[in-house]
Design a protein around this ligand. Sequence first.
Ligand SMILES: C[S@@+](CC[C@H](N)C(=O)[O-])C[C@H]1O[C@@H](n2cnc3c(N)ncnc32)[C@H](O)[C@@H]1O
Length: 291
Amino acid sequence: MSDFADYGGFSPLEYLRAFYSEIDSESEGLLQFLVSVFDSAPHAPLVLEFGSGPVLISAIPAARRARAIHYCDFVPANREYLTRWLAGEDAEFDWSPYIARCLELEGKVVSEKAIRQRAHNIRDLVRRVVSCNIFDPLPIRTRYQYEVIISNYCLDAVTTSKQEWQLFTRRLAKLLKPGGTLVLSSLRKTEFFEFGTSRYANVVLDVDDLANAFTQAGFDPQSIRVESTHCEQDYCNKQGVIFAAASLPLVVGNNPWHEDNGQSSATVSRELLSTGASPWIDLTTTSHTRA
Ligand SMILES: C[S@@+](CC[C@H](N)C(=O)[O-])C[C@H]1O[C@@H](n2cnc3c(N)ncnc32)[C@H](O)[C@@H]1O
């Protein structure tokens, strides 16, 4: 990792302008994939967006079905950006085109009013913006288990080791309820990505790696869905992106809760509650921490 940038100097606005200034084929693919995931998601799921950066794309389709959405990221500046947007200070970046496209994909009428309403719903539903660290066996301090976890271009963007990336996938699986769904977006066959003057590491993955990681993490093989798309932008050496989703079996005994540290997430949650410890650490804001 030492030849690559760490995330200390990560600039939210620079990142958004580099990768999200228009809806390219990758963002379009992600929106389509997420809309289809929420078409078949359980009723009113609790959703976690893991390693969100300053990006609100996941919340747009999630807000159609979720009862609440939690966001987390490693970099304080990203959490601050999200908090500002959620507080209504959204002049720096306009998510309206993404909302409009999502509404279209959902078969809804696209109007100024409908766009404003979805933005309002997102602000209402995103209840927490907290820190996370996938290098920690318990990547977020939470008493919740989630029905849906979405993590886009995060687990692959913090390591060059496939083994470590597989471990990260298992860690997110541990935060899911039995039957819960994990959605992972990854760059395809990519050793790095860059923006500004920084080059960030990326583990080299292909479609089979996603399917294998889900299987190893205890997901129901029948539920695994992997799609890939080609690359339009010329900012790295990638061959496209991969969208993948899978669900855990409903039977608790089949999921891999004891792999990392011998402690199930249910046990951890109980311990946090019994010691009276706060279920959350390092909150960036108190204005988005409703239950
Ligand atoms: C390539 S960006 C992806 C951002 C966003 N999810 C997206 O779809 O564009 C990688 C993200 O991983 C986050 N990250 C870096 N180190 C991390 C860590 N140790 N644990 C969790 N996330 C981390 C960064 O803050 C950044 O937001």
